[in-house]
Design a protein around this ligand. Sequence first.
Ligand code: ZN
Length: 92
Amino acid sequence: MDYLKVHCFHCGGKFELYSRNMNHDDKPPVCPHCLAGMNKTQWRRLIDAYYTISEVNKDFRKYHQDRAEPLFQVEMKNHYVKPEKIVLDDQI
Ligand SMILES: [Zn+2]
């Protein structure tokens, strides 16, 4: 079961988005904790990215089953770091 975990930096809360709620016709989601809304263009791009990764994983499973190819499953994670907190190589 693929789903997305969204971190809302407006309130610090997190929530999940499941495929049943990932349609281009749906309104962009709002954070269930603080009701901050997501930009409509970003929402559409997120849906596209979600279905692309979901389809790649599905094909990995299919090719593993049909052709005995190695099985991979990809999950994307993100840890946001404020730009001013990033230490550059030449500062070490
Ligand atoms: Zn929020």
